[in-house]
Design a binder for this molecule. Sequence first.
Ligand SMILES: Cc1ncc(COP(=O)(O)O)c(C=O)c1O
Length: 398
Amino acid sequence: MDDPRARAGFGTRAIAAASTPPEVRQAATSVPIYQAAAFAAEDSEELADILAHRTPGFAYARIENPTADALGRAYAEIAGGEAGFAFGSGMGAIHAALVSLCSAGDRVVATRAVYGSTRALLTGILARLGVETVFVDPTDLDAVRAALVPRTRVLYLETISNPTLVVGDLPALSALAHAAGATVVVDNTFASPWVCRPLELGADLVVESATKWLGGHSDVVAGVVAGSAAAIAAVRSVATDTGGIVAPFSAFLVLRGIQTLHVRMAAHAERALRLARLLEGRPEVIRVGYPGLPSHPQAEVAARILHTGGGMLTAELASRAQAAAFIDALTIPPRTASLGSVHTLAVHPPSHTHRQYDAEGLARAGIPEGLVRISVGLEDPADLERDLLAALAAGTAA
Ligand SMILES: Cc1ncc(COP(=O)(O)O)c(C=O)c1O
């Protein structure tokens, strides 16, 4: 018989009642957000086994969380890897990938126009810890071969480089790196796995800012890595001790984005090609960069390794002032420094995304002072065309 005096107090019952997950036998059609910092094991021994990775399972959400795990697996699937892991940002993913591979005394050979924070990570944080980086032009295979000295641990590339849209020959570059005993890490952020899957072209690890095309709506910051099970185990171990795992709600948003990635990317690419062709015909534009145009310097490589030209293009204007006036005259894109969104986004890399580069660094990386980088959104193409043409007229009048 129930003795009211033996019953637990209000607080105990409230805590137990409000933290008991429902029993759900039917599979949800989306991955639930497991908003929990900790998971309870059957007994102390099982907890010890899960924490030591002897038994699969969840114990503490800095180490692993079911929603984060689902994102890691989904990314591995679409990237063509055995395993994957999801981070709180693209930089978190890049940091963990590099730290999982490099030790003091190692060399990284990196493409010369990497994303600004990646450059700062390589030349600042990793350099201080004794990892040297040399930057090369990835289209100059002899220069890459020469840079791959025996202590080279990593060849670091971007599928489509930010912001110069250089497309390296991933199979040839991977073969060079492997011949020199180096591991190939590719940042696939500008492409997305719908446009390119570097793991199928020789890369060992692929990293991506999921903030961009994977999430797709400018509402989440996250990052992902995929590769072999052994490589991801090493990345995961860095994440365990540095705490970069993605938050459950962020993982949920990226999972949601991945389900429409193929449809969105097809529409982004179609619009980007249309705008690239339009800008290429304009006298105000010195050069248009788009991997899907025959005029792209690596058009042959792009046709071979990319599914389409993707959603990113560049327009080189005559000066910084013209680039700034052009961006300020645009009415559709919000003034913000991201990419890979339903919104069209235009930035001036020398002042925004690549502000870490000085004038000499910009010149060496092949980034012109008047470069504008455009991430083409999903607005109606005719509206975008009108907006770009009007802004070009206003920009060049400046
Ligand atoms: C090519 C590239 N890699 C990595 C990152 C970093 O991603 P996140 O902002 O998610 O850390 C960015 C951000 O713009 C990027 O453009």
